[in-house]
Design a protein. Structure first.
Length: 236
């Protein structure tokens, strides 16, 4: 799964696409560094609507369009495997894909039934684009709520020692194709097949990141690996 991620770069990796259409652009003043973005938070996405690339803030936690009310179950992640078979995800996956900029994400390794957080980032320290889906739920009063789920896939060798899942990352050369709502299922699969080969780096970080309210660049700083030992005679 992917339950937390980091966005601190001021520069948008999607600027060229947004400016090409002359669409409203979220400038640096819209952003404050965020080192612990959690489900339930507003997240900036890039989507395509009526032929234009749009940058919006939506709520992380997908509420399917057919939900009876806003209190129904929300999904922070959508597993790539079988995604088209899930009623909550099929429509958004085929027609409402989006991109989310990140500089890294967190995952938890379980050792002796204790979870330790790790910060995971690209080997070249560059920003990258997470693949996501969004949906639009309409209330009885006509109000609209845009919500998001991040797509996850099976972890590759560079990160599977921490967790068996990782977020789907879309390469820059496929940004436009990924956002194209007219793509067929087979064409989408070609992109996702390519998007599983990221080489990740990682290091253990403070358990302070467990608290969704925590923020600050110190959260991504490396700390000495904790090694659990069997309890000694006087450790009970």
């Amino acid at each position: 799964m992917c339950g937390r991620f980091v966005r601190f770069a001021k520069e948008s990796i999607f600027a060229d696409l947004i400016l090409r259409d002359g669409s409203p652009f979220l400038t640096e003043e819209h952003f404050a560094p965020r080192y612990n973005i959690a489900p339930g938070s507003p997240v900036e996405i890039l989507r395509k609507d009526s032929g234009k690339y749009l940058s919006d803030f939506v709520l992380w936690g997908l509420l399917p369009a057919w939900s009876k009310d806003a209190l129904q179950k929300r999904y922070s992640n959508a597993r790539l495997e079988g995604i088209e078979e899930k009623p909550s995800f099929r429509g958004p996956y085929l027609r409402r894909r989006c991109l989310i900029q990140a500089e890294g994400y967190y995952e938890w390794m379980t050792k002796n039934k204790i979870k330790y957080p790790y910060y995971i980032y690209t080997s070249d320290l560059a920003s990258f684009a997470l693949g996501g889906i969004y949906d639009i739920w309409m209330g009885k009063d006509g109000s609209e709520e845009y919500t998001l789920a991040l797509i996850t896939t099976q972890a590759n060798k560079s990160v599977s020692y921490i967790h068996d899942r990782m977020p789907l990352v879309i390469p820059k050369e496929h940004y436009e194709s990924w956002l194209d709502p007219s793509l067929s299922s087979r064409e989408i699969q070609k992109i996702t097949d390519i998007s599983k080969s990221n080489i990740w780096k990682s290091h253990q970080v403070s358990k302070e990141v467990n608290h969704s309210s925590a923020n600050g660049s110190h959260l991504i700083q490396a700390m000495a690996e904790e090694v659990d030992k069997d309890p000694g005679l006087f450790d009970y």
